[in-house]
Design a binder for this molecule. Structure first.
Ligand code: GDP
Ligand code: IMO
Ligand code: MG
Length: 424
């Protein structure tokens, strides 16, 4: 059996959570493979909104396993808060959640280090969510990290104290004041609660499931333009967010990867600092933000808004091997008579579809063409011609089929492009 992948093709917040929740019904296991509580994935089920940070977006589907893979970094405090909220909402988290013993833990001092590092950068700060992501991945690759499996071992406290003392030494290089005691108390309380949840050895668990014919849906966090290697470095997150990370983040072979479903908004957003060639720092951008409700699901920060960026999408389709595209938030463009689509970049006196390796220090001018919007989509009528024209253009440009178009935040507000029908 194969592992299908859903991931973001832009700078995050493409609507991955909604699409994972919708498709989860067709799978046995829904697995997060990277990132951590910097993610905020929104599901709207029967009109009720749920935001997930560490838990996979299949958690509301009965009989499905939701697996947090080894590539994820976990803050026990955020995770336990999330679990408590989900249990209040009626999800059987204890019965559905499985965590890899190899997933690294975010310590309270990782979050403090994140904040200290960001505040030392002044105006060139990344705009991190301050969830401790960067410092935790640094300790993972620096071979100092603590892992979920460690919490059940006798020497856990010794390991914790050792890592904490390294962090306290590091913090001395920053002129940053902090309070640790309360954070530590909450952290250990959450660790105790976390012991009740099922831990597994990543490799055997996931491969045995595949051998038994189970279908797995891997859920990406962030977006490909935030990838540590291929994103707009250094304005990126600290993990690989692309399809290759499914193998390292779950412990499966590349041969197991099936469909790679790339999610893009019908326009584009970014939260935090860094290059964004199609950004509209004007009244149109503000209208996109207001109509699209573009405020961060994790931090509440206003998202920067602009038109869709096809050179960037072409690049992210390439590095992910995208086999199908889902376009979200098509309904937001209804509020505009026409909208822009960036087809080329201009920099270094040339017009090209290629992204420069360093987007930060290039003055990139987008070449934009205009499309007509489509008005409300009516389930009883054929799809508007304007929407079809837009989708056709994207498919030809990217050479990838568009399988669905999302037309509202609700679970079933989707158009199946294979038959041109609105599901709800
Ligand atoms: P994720 O991080 O990729 O899961 O995306 P977020 O949840 O951070 O942001 C996407 C936002 O758009 C959420 O508020 C969703 O409820 C909302 N959303 C998703 N698809 C649609 C859509 O087609 N139309 C509208 N209006 N909202 C959508
Ligand atoms: P989802 O999964 C949008 C951005 C932050 C910041 C940069 C680094 O909801 O799409 P970090 O906390 O990782 O150190 O922040 O990456 N960022 C996201 N932007 N959606 C996300 O996740 C993001 N996760 C991180 O805003 O610019
Ligand atoms: Mg999000």
């Amino acid at each position: 059996m194969q592992v299908d992948v859903i991931l973001g093709l832009q700078w995050g917040d493409e609507g991955k959570g909604k699409i994972v929740d919708y498709l989860a019904d067709k799978y046995d296991i829904i697995a997060r493979f990277q990132g951590g509580p910097n993610a905020g994935h929104t599901l709207v089920i029967n009109g009720k909104k749920h935001v997930l940070h560490t838990i996979p977006s299949g958690i509301f589907r009965e009989g499905k396993i939701n697996y947090i893979g080894n590539g994820v970094v976990i803050d026990p405090v955020t995770l336990m808060k999330e679990i408590e909220n989900l249990e209040k909402d009626g999800a059987d988290v204890l019965g559905r959640l499985v965590i890899s013993k190899r997933a690294n833990l975010i310590l309270p001092t990782h979050k403090i280090l994140d904040a200290a590092s960001e505040s030392s950068k002044g105006t060139s700060k990344i705009g991190s969510t301050l969830k401790g992501i960067g410092p935790t991945y640094m300790d993972k690759t620096g071979r100092n990290g603590l892992r979920i499996g460690d919490i059940l071992e006798d020497d856990f406290i010794v390991k914790y104290e050792l890592l904490k003392s390294k962090h306290l030494q590091l913090l001395q290089i920053y002129n940053y004041t902090f309070e640790l005691d309360e954070l530590e108390e909450q952290w250990f309380e959450a660790i105790e609660k976390l012991k009740a949840y099922k831990q597994v050895d990543a490799v055997y668990y996931i491969n045995e499931a595949l051998k038994k014919g189970k279908k797995i849906l891997a859920e990406g966090a962030q977006g490909s333009m935030l990838d540590i290697d291929f994103g707009t470095y250094p304005f990126v997150t600290s993990s690989n967010t692309i399809s290759a990370a499914v193998c390292t983040g779950l412990g499966i072979s590349p041969k197991q990867i099936g469909e790679v479903i790339g999610i893009t908004k019908a326009y584009c957003t970014r939260v935090g600092g860094g290059p964004f060639p199609t950004e509209l720092d004007d009244a149109i951008g503000e209208k996109l933000r207001q109509v699209g409700g573009e405020f961060g699901a994790t931090t509440g920060r206003p998202r920067r808004c602009g038109w869709i960026d096809l050179p960037a999408l072409n690049y992210t389709c390439l590095i992910n091997g995208v086999t199908k595209i889902v376009i979200t938030k098509a309904d937001i463009l209804n509020s505009f008579e026409e909208f822009g689509v960036c087809t080329h970049y201009k920099y270094d006196n040339k017009e090209t579809k290629d992204l420069p390796y360093d987007m930060v220090n290039k003055n990139i001018q987008p070449t934009t063409i205009t499309f007509k919007s489509w008005g409300n989509i009516d389930a009883t009528k054929p799809l508007p011609i304007e929407l079809k024209e837009y989708v056709d253009y994207l498919e030809k440009y990217l050479n990838v089929p568009v399988s669905m178009v999302s037309n509202g935040p609700g679970r079933e507000e989707l158009i199946d492009m294979e038959n041109g029908k609105l599901l709800a």
